[in-house]
Design a binder for this molecule. Structure first.
Ligand SMILES: C[S@@+](CC[C@H](N)C(=O)[O-])C[C@H]1O[C@@H](n2cnc3c(N)ncnc32)[C@H](O)[C@@H]1O
Length: 291
């Protein structure tokens, strides 16, 4: 099997946050760190979207549309997740599949929180190189390399100093679609075993939609036609979920769902535009608390 490379979708969503910063959901969303995690080449399409300047090449135009839609999703889901993290105010935050998440470097509310960044080793290594000399705002940041499909989450977190006897907020943002249903169920049961009463699990997921999956396939085909790099090429979607399935899985693992909303509704409340309503409509954020 080919050695797995660092996640490209992690770069795409980081570009989305950099493009949305102080433009979308102003006053509720901001991520000034995102741009610092990008290379000079990765910042170019971000600047196009920020300036609402459509580039001339076909591939670049596709990238522009993809990034515009991504920035709308990112601003919206980040507001919901950040609110859930602040509201819980737990002493430990575990970010599962952290990618280029900048919360530990941008949220002053984490000054008393130990943050554990769990990610696939290749993605995590690349993030550490990109961080250069950024100083975290969190009390501490520990990097925990884990492949959900093969490694032991419990062992890796214990080694990093996570204490399962104290409440934890878990963020699982933009990762579930890339895992099989079995890997998702297995990870939920591992998370449950490491969650003291009151712990919180925040999950983003995609609901089944033929239109959305056709839309993604079309974008991928057009990117190939334009010979433009496709950030989704090596990371196929492996699972979609309905709210009732989460209800069953989470309640079976001792979590009660306290919030579960579609992103289009949240975007409308935040006055975030929806240039591609479908990307927002199929995405959901749920918050569940441990009994
Ligand atoms: C779209 S990115 C999301 C990153 C971050 N959570 C965010 O929202 O910015 C997907 C992330 O899932 C991680 N991931 C996917 N499959 C994984 C696996 N089997 N084990 C660990 N991490 C995985 C990737 O390394 C990547 O960081």
């Amino acid at each position: 099997m080919a050695e797995r490379k660092a996640s490209r979708t992690a770069v795409l969503v980081c570009q989305g946050r950099a493009a949305a910063n102080e433009r979308l959901a102003v006053g509720r969303f901001s991520d000034r760190v995102a741009v610092h995690l990008l290379t000079a080449a990765e910042r170019v399409p971000v600047e196009h979207v920020r300036a609402a300047r459509k580039p001339s090449g076909f591939g670049e135009q596709l990238e522009y549309e993809l990034l515009t839609a991504t920035s709308e999703v990112m601003a919206t889901r980040t507001v919901m997740i950040d609110d859930a993290v602040r509201d819980a105010a737990h002493p430990q935050l575990v970010i599962l599949g952290a990618g280029l998440d900048a919360r530990a470097w941008r949220m002053p509310e984490l000054s008393g929180t130990a943050v554990f960044e769990v990610d696939h080793p290749a993605s995590q290594q690349e993030k550490r190189e990109r961080l250069t000399n950024l100083a975290p705002k969190a009390a501490s940041v520990r990097f925990v390399p884990v492949d959900f499909a093969v490694d032991s989450l419990a062992e890796a977190l214990a080694e990093a100093g996570h204490d399962p006897d104290h409440p934890t907020t878990w963020i699982w943002e933009g990762v579930v679609p890339y895992l099989t249903p079995e890997e998702v169920a297995d990870t939920v049961s591992k998370v449950a075993r490491l969650s003291a009463p009151g712990s919180r699990l925040v999950i983003t997921y995609g609901t089944p939609s033929r239109t959305a999956s056709l839309g993604r396939k079309t974008v991928e085909a057009l990117l190939a036609l334009a010979r433009h790099p496709n950030p989704m090429a090596a990371e196929p979607n492996r699972s979609t979920w309905r709210p009732a399935q989460w209800q069953a899985l989470l309640s079976g693992n001792g979590f009660g769902i306290t919030d579960d909303r579609d992103l289009l509704t949240v975007a409308r409340d935040l006055e975030v535009p929806s240039s591609q309503g479908k990307s927002l409509a199929v995405g959901r954020v749920l918050v569940a608390d441990r009994d």
